[in-house]
Design a protein around this ligand. Structure first.
Ligand code: ADP
Ligand code: CIR
Length: 343
């Protein structure tokens, strides 16, 4: 019989905050119809008390079966209630985007990604090796049918040389290996079996296969042309949706393994140099908070800034549309550049 986890006093994760003894008591013996347990859902936050969130879903049903915990986390992260409905909008003409950095002074690159999972299968933390290989087969087959600027090759991680893998990671194209949060969530089981990356020749369109989500669909390029990056992504999503059935509910939008990604599952970011503003973290934080932005380091989540370069992205993903996510990022980055120029 599982007992209440022993969280350290300085634990600030949303798991620590919202897993009350009463909720634990209610959920501790529950399992989803596919067999995913509460202890599996919270293991990452128990093993890593420095998690910001600390919970993962093993399947779509986890969000219902463990809803007293997930709803509280979702409410705090997204400000979204159990009765709320998500809405998707991939209409690129609705985006109000200007050239934010005409002299190429600040923005090094722009990237927008969405997470997707196949409706018929469990999410990564609850998937079996055979099911994961089935995902790889279905997804790589669909990807190989893409044309024009989306045309590319699928490269399985198994058999890729360490040198090529490391270079792809350094250049920000590939997911890292051995992440301790994903490890404890059961997302690294049987690594590297079933994992891989698809990309076009220019590496402006990429798809990660079987990392935290079954698909991470990515559009990226040098500079600050947000509109072109968004357009390429929308084109890829709508084409892939014709051959793959993604997991989606009216309430939670696109279903992802981490509750922070629910809804649009979108993270739109720039790598940006703000030498003056980054010396004034109070102002930097005020502007990012006001525009619903998150600051990450140069190698993504849980990494540090280097050479004054930050990864700035939308924080909200659920209960806002895709257009609003990109708009948040665009408007916030415009405000950051305006503040940098004033200093
Ligand atoms: P995710 O974006 O999928 O949530 P990470 O935060 O780990 O995951 O980022 C994945 C990779 O994408 C990292 O190498 C990160 O540096 C890179 N990346 C993110 N945003 C940009 C950007 N605007 N330009 C270039 N690389 C980026
Ligand atoms: C954590 O809890 O810190 C990790 N499981 C990652 C959570 C995702 N973070 C985020 O803000 N998107």
């Amino acid at each position: 019989m599982p007992s209440f986890p022993n969280f350290p006093d300085n634990c600030n994760s949303l798991l620590c905050k919202h897993l009350t003894p009463a909720i634990f008591e209610k959920l501790r013996n529950r399992k989803t119809p596919r067999g995913f347990t509460l202890m599996q859902a919270i293991n990452s936050g128990i093993v890593n008390p420095d998690s910001s969130i600390g919970v993962y879903a093993g399947d779509k049903e986890s969000y219902e079966v463990f809803s007293p915990l997930f709803d509280a986390v979702i409410k705090e992260y997204h400000g979204f209630d159990h009765e709320d409905m998500h809405q998707s909008n991939l209409d690129i003409s609705a985006l109000q985007a200007t050239d934010l950095d005409p002299n190429n002074q600040y923005i090094l690159s722009t990237r927008i990604r969405v997470g997707r999972n196949l409706d018929a299968l469990p999410l990564g933390p609850g998937i079996s090796e055979l099911q994961r290989l089935d995902v790889e087969k279905q997804v790589s087959t669909a990807l190989m049918q893409l044309d024009d600027d989306l045309k590319g090759e699928y490269y399985p991680l198994e058999g890729m040389s360490k040198k090529v893998q490391e270079q792809l990671i350094q250049d920000h194209f590939l997911f890292k290996e051995g992440d301790r949060f994903l490890e404890a969530a059961g997302l690294n089981r049987e690594w590297p079996s079933g994992r891989g990356i698809f990309h076009n020749a220019a590496k402006s369109f990429l798809v990660w296969v079987n990392e935290e989500d079954q698909l991470r669909i990515i559009s990226m390029q040098q500079g600050g042309d947000i509109k072109t990056v968004f357009e390429r992504l929308v084109n890829a999503i709508t084409t892939l949706e014709k051959s793959l059935h993604f997991s989606y509910t009216e309430h939670l939008g696109y279903i992802t393994s981490c509750p922070t990604n629910l809804g649009t599952a979108m993270r739109a970011s720039v790598h940006i140099k703000l030498p003056k503003l980054s010396q004034n973290m109070e102002l930097f934080n005020t502007i990012t908070t006001e525009h619903h932005l998150q600051i990450r380091g140069i190698h993504g989540e849980h990494s540090e800034s280097e050479a004054g370069i930050f990864d700035i992205s939308n924080r909200r993903r659920l209960g806002v549309t895709e257009v609003e996510c990109v708009q948040d990022m665009h408007d916030g980055v415009a405000a950051l550049i305006a503040a940098e120029e004033k200093l």
